[in-house]
Write a protein of this length. Structure first.
Ligand code: GUN
Length: 277
């Protein structure tokens, strides 16, 4: 039987509707500051989608855009200014940063209370000890999509093909916090299919179109595709959707899966930050 489609767009709209109600109870509109360095069309598109989602639920977004040649010190100084600006509730530094930047130095400059991406050592560290405060938006969006299927994660074999701080690392900890068994794969993993084939829940986010083929997926698995790439004019994920949907029990589409969920979770984190401050 073909897989059930996990509709990330619909789920994200439900989250945004709930978040909108929380916003209406606040005395002041929450404010999200977005720091963008360089002119990558993909980053510009993501930032624009975040701005549109903010507008939809009554969150004010402010863009701090720098050209590629800006120094790391200038960007860190901007982040610090936003930390001490009481009118700003959330700060997001769009990744990737230029190659000459030390990403961790910039991310560490963000005050943990305003770190709506959950990328600071403090927030990632808390997650590692089971305290879930500010969590990576892609990782929490993925958990919400898995849970929307009604699956209990305890004891499930989960395989993540990604080991970044955006997806793989926070997601590993979220899944461990739910007592799942987690294998984390990446570009140096040997025999990837040995791991993917064993997974009750397979999550992939590599940006390599067609990486995950039907033969690599366990029958009845839940398949979450957080990969994104452009093939011609089409936006595609990592999974060979048409064949994999024949054996999976549930699958996310690309686009319309992890993308809108990431944005909804970002807005949710921003409102949470505003409520806490
Ligand atoms: N670049 C790709 N995904 C993300 C994300 O979730 N947050 C930030 N800040 N940058 C990204």
């Amino acid at each position: 039987m073909p897989a059930k489609l996990i509709d990330g767009k619909k789920l994200s709209e439900e989250i945004l509707a709930k978040v909108g109600k929380r916003v209406s109870k606040l005395k002041q509109k929450p404010v999200l500051a977005v720091v963008l360095v360089g002119n990558s069309p993909a980053s510009q598109l993501y930032v624009e989608k975040k701005r549109q989602a903010c507008e939809k639920v009554g969150v004010q977004s402010k863009l701090y855009s720098f050209c590629e040649s800006v120094s790391q010190e200038e960007v860190v100084a901007q982040v610090k200014e936003l930390n001490s600006d009481k009118s700003v509730n959330g700060i997001l530094v769009q990744l990737p940063l230029p190659k000459n930047f030390d990403r961790n130095t910039v991310l560490e400059a963000v005050s943990p209370a305003k770190d709506v991406d959950g990328f600071s050592a403090e927030n990632l560290g808390k997650l590692a000890i089971g305290v879930e405060e500010m969590i990576s938006c892609t990782a929490s969006g993925i958990i919400k999509m898995i849970e929307s299927t009604g699956t209990e994660l305890k004891g499930k074999n989960c395989c993540i093909v990604n080991h970044s701080i955006v997806v793989g690392r926070p997601l590993t900890m979220l899944l461990l916090n739910k007592n799942a068994t987690v294998s984390v794969c990446h570009q140096f993993t040997k025999n990837l299919s040995e791991f993917t084939k064993n997974a009750d829940v397979l999550i992939t986010a590599t940006g390599i179109p067609g990486l995950i083929k039907k033969e690599m997926v366990k029958e009845g698995a839940i398949v979450i595709d957080a990969g994104i790439a452009r093939v011609g004019k089409k936006v595609v994920g990592d999974v060979e959707f048409d064949s994999v949907k024949e054996i999976a029990s549930a699958i996310t589409p690309v686009p319309g899966g992890a993308g809108p969920m990431t944005i909804a979770c970002l807005i949710e984190n921003t409102v949470k930050a505003a409520e806490n401050q």
